[in-house]
Design a protein around this ligand. Structure first.
Ligand SMILES: Nc1ncnc2c1ncn2[C@@H]1O[C@H](COP(=O)(O)OP(=O)(O)OP(=O)(O)O)[C@@H](O)[C@H]1O
Ligand SMILES: [Mg+2]
Length: 236
């Protein structure tokens, strides 16, 4: 099966429109902040990483232990890499590092930054504040990616933040059309249309589960050297 492809699911198409909406906003009136959120396994991280790779967005992933300083360091080294300024090992206070990030973003308008696992920032007001400064002080588009309840939590934690967020999109369960697209783009063995029904039904809208099932289809097709895999082959 083919790897590393970003299949254009309905969620991918909608997330793309969110980014385009923010890029086209009236920049003097609106900040470039958006939130993508949703249940596990719907393709949020894959979208963020693969778009970052193909379009040159900056992708950062927060971790349980990410401090404001660690965030500033990671952002700065990513920005330097992105702008071709070479490998840079940032040093200095969190405040200075952060100022360098703002400077770099001012020099490169409309930079797109995606911050995955934003839920980890919810208990760090300083970290949330730093991200807010980026959108308030530069033209960067900042896309936060979080869990299913991220939107509600953000509104509870910080009303000002929530108010600045100009686009929200909740990733939905994958549709049968998405699964069909996934099978066509990824599978390297021929398959009957009922395989799409099988994968769709058993994955319950979750792409992570769908990928495992697609892998099984591929394995069965290859091992048994089938001319075409059909649902009957998967059920034995
Ligand atoms: N658009 C896509 N094209 C191809 N494969 C995809 C796509 N989206 C998701 N996948 C596959 O589904 C798996 C699960 O997706 P991903 O990890 O992006 O979900 P997530 O929404 O970030 O989940 P979590 O909330 O648990 O972090 C990926 O490892 C990848 O194999
Ligand atoms: Mg994820």
């Amino acid at each position: 099966m083919k790897q590393g492809i970003l299949v254009r699911t309905e969620n991918v198409i909608s997330a793309d429109s969110c980014i385009n909406y923010l890029l086209d906003r009236p920049k003097m009136e609106m900040v470039g902040l958006g939130l993508l959120y949703g249940k596990p396994g719907l393709g949020k991280t894959t979208y963020a990483k693969r778009m970052a790779f193909s379009k040159g967005y900056v992708y950062l992933r927060l971790e349980a232990t990410t401090t404001p300083k660690a965030f500033a360091m990671e952002l700065l080294s990513n920005l330097y890499k992105r702008f071709g300024l070479g490998e840079y090992i940032p040093y200095g206070t969190a405040n200075n590092l952060f100022k360098l990030c703002l400077q770099s973003l001012e020099d490169h308008p409309d930079t797109i930054i995606i911050i995955d696992e934003i839920d980890y920032a919810f208990r760090h007001p300083q970290l949330l504040g730093a991200i807010r400064d980026i959108v308030d002080e530069t033209t960067a588009v900042v896309i936060l990616v979080g869990m299913q309840n991220a939107k509600d939590r953000l509104s509870q934690i910080n009303e000002y933040y929530f108010d600045r967020c100009n686009v929200f999109y909740e990733f939905k369960a994958v549709t049968k059309k998405d699964v069909g697209q996934l099978c066509r783009d990824i599978l390297e063995v021929p398959f009957a249309p009922d395989v799409v029904d099988y994968v769709h039904f058993n994955s319950c809208g979750n792409l992570r589960k769908a990928m495992k099932l697609i892998h099984t289809v591929e394995e069965i097709g290859k091992h048994r050297k089938l001319a075409k895999v059909s649902q009957a082959d998967l059920q034995v």
